[in-house]
Design a binder for this molecule. Sequence first.
Ligand SMILES: Nc1nc2c(ncn2[C@@H]2O[C@H](COP(=O)(O)OP(=O)(O)O)[C@@H](O)[C@H]2O)c(=O)[nH]1
Ligand SMILES: [Mg+2]
Length: 465
Amino acid sequence: MTQTDTIAAIATPLGTAGLGIIRVSGPMASEMGQLLFRPHHQNCTWQSHHLYHGDIVADDGATLLDEVLVTLMRKPHSFTGEDVLEISCHGNPLILQTILEQLIILGCRPARPGEFSQRAYLNGRMDLSQAEALASMISAQSSKALKIGLAQMKGSLGREINSIRTMVIDALAGIEAAIDFTEDVSGHETTACPPQIHEAMACINRLLSTYRQGRLFTKGIQITITGKPNVGKSSLLNSLIGRKKAIVTNIPGTTRDLITETIQLDGVNVHLTDTAGIRAPMDAIEKEGIDLVREKLEEADVIVIVLDGSAPLTDEDLQILQENQKCIDRIIIAVNKSDLPPAWETGQLLRQPGAAGPISNNHLLKISAKFGDGLDALKKALTNLTDSCETTGDDSMITQLRHKLSLEKALDRLMAADKCISTGQSPEFAAFELHEALEALDEITGRKIQDDVLHKIFSSFCIGK
Ligand SMILES: Nc1nc2c(ncn2[C@@H]2O[C@H](COP(=O)(O)OP(=O)(O)O)[C@@H](O)[C@H]2O)c(=O)[nH]1
Ligand SMILES: [Mg+2]
């Protein structure tokens, strides 16, 4: 898959920095070095993977552009699998732009977003899941997202997909042998499903079970704080983020807009949203605010319902509990103002008609948003709630919708194959389904993929990667 043109791009962010890097890849990379670079030492032999010190001069051969370090990485031992030249210059955007312009004048083409990674993939330096992992690793916003990205970039997902692939191929070999066999002994069909089909299904199911958590780790957890007015929602947001972002007063209905702030809990990004208190609205503005809360609650991964433990429970509290009861597995009830004498016992809440239902002590935590009591336990409960799926550090996870859809497709096809065999259909049918399952798996690693899908994937990458 040799590319004929040579691409160039600035690989570092455009801003003032100590250093900036320009990357060139393609058949003319080495020539570019020789044309623009004037070594400070005689012994510049352009050995691969060696660092040379010198000046970059303009194409007039005289104008100094910068003092730099350059490295040539000859194919195939480079990121893209082509000759790659890296120019490490000073991090002034003007210098970087000027050197890039010189490269274009000399015949390079500006690289499209993700084009270096695309070439790496096309030249077999990495599979598609690794290229995607590289992009998500670069944009990772939390330490867990980074860890998952790094593991996938090292090929963890690709290896697992390939081992599932081998199971399907082994099953297919047996079935295709049976096709020949049935031609010899007509009317005899096997009803035993090759064990590899069930093994492959189990592996796919495990991978699929990591998707929700993988998404949460990479995209962050959406936590919405709700409750009636004046229970301490804004105080809780402020305490959790460690500064006064939301206005706190003793006037009910102070918060009207959604107020969002991101913090990291246990290596995961948590997007916390404080909301308007839910009650019969006093005016149109408050009504708009309450409508926004309901939308936000729909998309929340975790809902924190705040109750005031120092004042009797009201119908408003019970209604909020009831409205959210359908999502009980993602709810935490924070009984606030624990610094004040309690007006009710939590047992009373569990006994409330309507509210009782599946609410248990596991969902209840006493806190004081004002003084910070119980906040550590609350933070722990918040991350525990999203940490439910079983994964060890070594298992790979899926984080991309594209991978999930392909795995679901493969699983459907394996189930169909299983059914064909168990219902005694001619083995050709099962073989067809298994071939389809293989195609779905190949979409993940990019072994077989349509050009427009490829284009879409790489165009979401940044330039210079
Ligand atoms: N004693 C005490 N007062 C609190 C606590 N949390 C909030 N408050 C007070 O309750 C009132 C309403 O707080 P706010 O955070 O604005 O409630 P919101 O309407 O639910 O956002 C304010 O006067 C707060 O100072 C707490 O833990 N203890
Ligand atoms: Mg408020």
